[in-house]
Design a protein. Structure first.
Length: 434
């Protein structure tokens, strides 16, 4: 049968004139319409429709593809050529939390294996307000949005200059209390400090009542400061212990103790291992002025002292002794001697014998008699080659005592007869000059 016509009912199959149309060919729209089921025993276009239908039923009802929305289908299409394994689907399932950019994500651990200047970046918003950056390209961990000179350290802190709350400061605390153990205060150039058991929060404060210490560079000066006795959290006043200026001059404000046994416990020298000027040898208990500069006045020489000098032991002088004032209160060699009355022949004064070049003797004669006598002598003796000379001056009473000296340096005396004589005593002090 060939129906050669353009019609909505070009070919119709039905039970009867009033029956339901079972099959209709509409040549106007090129549509074939079937009412009811179509049963075939073979394939349609090479496919077993019955088997395929069963598979479609499983996808729709059993697997539930019919529940997918159009947006969900689009997401599956966007996977494209990427294959997601069952293990990888398990990772997504195990995350069990929102992973949006605005989500708070919790991880047990994370490894970032990447080379980049921003391998890990934490910031406030968009491309501004960087707070924490891990730069694996240059091996730098940076806190703050700024940057430092290259190759100056692995950890870089950046903050606002001269700011208490936003400056690049670092503090450490423990579970004991809230007070910092150490605070690194990076305030500004020429004002940097490290506080030990102390901190700055707008005021200088203590972290420990026992003691507080600070190392600080301030106004081109390097300071070591201290404080104590201030309760934690209370304000403190730093006291300078010692400081060093930009010329290398060190000044101690609270004194210094060197507790060591060494031949050079303290040493001042010009340079290197030469030119020693002054040293303290605690091994042998010696203070040594090494300079050989001679003295011609009180303002010259290796050792110059503006005030007095107290010396508890002997003093040995290798050169000449110059005295600009009086020689008072000197505890030089001192002795006494009992003299005889009416000693006509020169007799030795025991204890007054010399071998040096010269000596100065200050001697008193006290005679206990009917009329007591008191006379003071100043004796100067001088070695002149193989002989000695003695020069005497006396003041006070006329005691009748006369002094002389032998060629061997022995001081001798003679005395006159004194009425009512009981005793005659010589007392002296002398200074020898080699």
């Amino acid at each position: 049968i060939i129906a050669d016509a353009t019609s909505a009912t070009a070919f119709v199959v039905r039970k009867n004139a009033a029956g339901t149309t079972v099959f209709n060919v509409n040549t106007s729209t090129d549509v074939v319409a079937v009412t009811g089921s179509i049963t075939v025993t073979g394939n349609v276009d090479g496919r077993d429709v019955s088997v395929d239908g069963t598979a479609l039923d499983n996808l729709t009802t059993t697997i539930g593809l019919s529940a997918l929305t159009a947006a969900e289908v689009d997401q599956l299409e966007n996977i494209n050529a990427n294959t997601i394994s069952s293990t990888q689907w398990g990772y997504i399932s195990s995350s069990d939390q929102a992973l949006a950019t605005t989500s708070d994500v919790t991880l047990n651990s994370a490894i970032i294996d990447s080379t980049g200047t921003e391998a890990l970046l934490v910031r406030k918003n968009a491309d501004v307000g960087d707070v924490f950056t891990v730069d694996t390209t240059n091996t730098i961990v940076k806190v703050g949005p700024g940057s430092a000179v290259a190759n100056t350290g692995i950890l870089s802190l950046y903050g606002t200059d001269s700011s208490t709350t936003l400056g690049p400061h670092l503090t450490t605390t423990t579970t004991v209390d809230i007070y910092p153990l150490i605070q690194m205060l990076s305030w500004s150039h020429d004002n940097i400090a490290i506080n030990f058991d102390g901190y700055w929060d707008g005021a200088h404060r203590s972290s420990d009542i026992g003691s507080n210490y600070r190392i600080r560079k301030f106004v081109d000066q390097f300071n070591f400061d201290y404080a104590s006795g201030v309760a934690a959290g209370s304000t403190i006043t730093w006291v300078s212990g010692f400081f060093m200026n930009s010329s290398g001059l060190v000044q101690f404000e609270g004194g210094a103790i060197i507790d060591i046994t060494s031949t050079e416990a303290f040493l001042i020298r010009k340079n290197g291992d030469t030119g020693d000027i002054f040293s303290v040898d605690t091994t042998n208990s010696i203070v040594h002025v090494h300079s050989a500069v001679g003295a011609t006045s009180t303002t010259s020489g290796s050792l110059q002292v503006d005030g007095g000098v107290g010396i508890a032991e002997n003093v040995y002088i290798g050169g000449d002794l110059y005295i600009g004032g009086s020689l008072l209160g000197a505890t030089f060699t001192q002795a006494t001697f009992s003299a005889a009355n009416n000693q006509a022949a020169a007799a030795n004064v025991t204890g007054l014998v010399f071998t040096t070049k010269a000596a100065k003797i200050w001697l008193t004669v006290i005679i206990d008699a009917t009329a007591d006598l008191y006379e003071f002598f100043e004796l100067s003796i001088l070695k002149k080659g193989a002989t000695w000379a003695l020069f005497a001056t006396g003041e006070g009473d006329t005691s009748g005592v006369v002094f002389s000296i032998t060629s061997g340096g022995q001081v001798q005396y003679t005395s006159t007869a004194i009425t009512g004589f009981v005793s005659s005593n010589f007392t002296w002090k002398y200074l020898e000059i080699e």
